[in-house]
Design a binder for this molecule. Sequence first.
Ligand code: FES
Length: 149
Amino acid sequence: MEYSEKVMDHFMNPRNVGEIEDASGVGEVGNPSCGDVMRIYLKINEGVIEDAKFKTFGCGAAIATSSMATEMVKGKTIEEAIKITNNVVAEALGGLPAVKMHCSVLAEEALESALTDYFKKQGEPEDKVRELKTAAGIPVREHNHESDH
Ligand code: FES
């Protein structure tokens, strides 16, 4: 199994590790088959993601994708951020071995879960992220292992 240089870089020097105390939204997801868990914190101001941090207890690919995903959403609007799917993150990392693609799914789901938490706190409907994704023509994935935060 070969990892790209970018994957190795984000694994060895992950960006944005930590927590945001007064986060606007927090999302936690896990993959029961490997036991890996990822948590993403977002600070959102007027629809713009000002800061993103993560804590991942998981494999190297999960750490690299959370690092890259948090880098990519910073400074983006929510509408832009929902376009950052697992494929977009994997591509930005120079690709992932096929057997590790499921790890990048955690990043997309954690992001979605953090945005959902944010919308809930704003009194918006719980499926708002899915609505936005559908409106933007982005495939909505079925969640079967999301743990409610
Ligand atoms: Fe579990 Fe990578 S093996 S997320």
